[in-house]
Ligand binder design. Structure first.
Ligand code: NAP
Length: 254
């Protein structure tokens, strides 16, 4: 008999930031397929994701929030907790990238990326953890890192700093919160089809250079990340703390 209950998200409420498109949308659909209810947090309309989730028979709610404003981000976690009575998992997916040579990199491009990719992530996680600890519940936090959590990249100084920092924060929070029943882990996606990588994919030379280095021989799909997130949100990963899982078609193994 097959028993996959430890991989199920049945009865769980999972908050996914940036769920309107790309990887966040893939995560929302995977969570729903695994039985979880999804609360999408972000600044753009999420009705496309809502339709996709509802097609799988799942439940999707959207809560508006500009994650560049840390106070708003914290408030949204509080409001969702109050409204639903609990949050079982948070996927810190929303992220932005700015491209410029390091010699010319602006303070604005530094701060904007750090605010969304790192500052709000930490303080939303903190807001969630306070509630979980206060009520003696369990919880799961999944951070969406990057290949640039391990590599330098070029022309993306603040992005590399934020994603490298995100792995540091993942490990720190895992150390502080593991004994409190909160699992904090990260997924490092390789090159995934989304708006974020549109420029790379439409440049024939960059596209070919990237593809030729990926052992799997294809760009990743948002669902490749979504299914890995389900594992990190489910009971199956209860003994995992501070892990950073590459889901990259073998890019890092090369
Ligand atoms: P994407 O399609 O550009 O999606 C980014 C998401 O973040 C969108 O939902 C976006 O909302 C949201 N967001 C950005 N700024 C926000 C703000 N101030 N407030 C609220 N939401 C905001 O890119 P993606 O590829 O799916 O990226 C998702 C995550 O994966 C990011 O953290 C990215 O760094 C990471 N990642 C992606 C790849 C890849 O190959 N695609 C690889 C490694 C890591 P709007 O639509 O409103 O802008």
């Amino acid at each position: 008999m097959t028993d996959l209950s430890s991989f199920s998200l049945e009865g769980k409420t999972i908050v996914v930031t940036g769920a309107n498109t790309g990887i966040g949308q893939g995560i929302a659909v995977s969570v729903s397929r695994a039985g979880g209810s999804v609360v999408g947090v972000g600044r753009s309309d999420m009705s496309e994701t809502a339709r996709m989730v509802e097609t799988t028979g799942g439940k999707f709610t959207q809560v508006p929030c500009d994650l560049s404003d840390v106070d708003q981000a914290i408030r949204v976690v509080e409001e969702i907790w109050q409204e639903l009575g609990a949050i079982d998992g948070l996927v810190n997916n929303a992220g932005i990238i700015r491209r410029a040579d390091a010699l010319d990199f602006s303070l604005e491009d530094w701060d904007e990326v750090m605010d969304v990719n790192l500052r709000s992530v930490f303080f939303m996680s903190q807001a969630l953890a306070k509630n979980i600890v206060a009520q003696g519940r369990r919880g799961k936090i999944v951070n969406i890192a990057s290949m640039l959590s391990f590599q330098g990249g070029i022309r993306v100084a603040s992005y590399t700093a934020s994603k490298s920092g995100l792995v540091g924060i993942t490990r720190l929070l895992a150390c502080e919160w593991a004994a409190k029943g909160i699992n904090v882990n990260a997924i490092a996606p390789g090159y995934i089809v989304s708006a974020n990588t549109q420029a790379l994919r439409s440049d024939p030379e960059r596209n070919e250079a990237i593809l030729s280095r990926i052992p799997a021989g294809r760009w990743g799909d948002p669902h490749d990340i979504g299914d890995a997130a389900v594992f990190l949100l489910a009971k199956a990963s209860h003994y995992m703390h501070g892990a950073v899982i590459p889901v990259d078609g073998g890019w890092l193994a090369r």
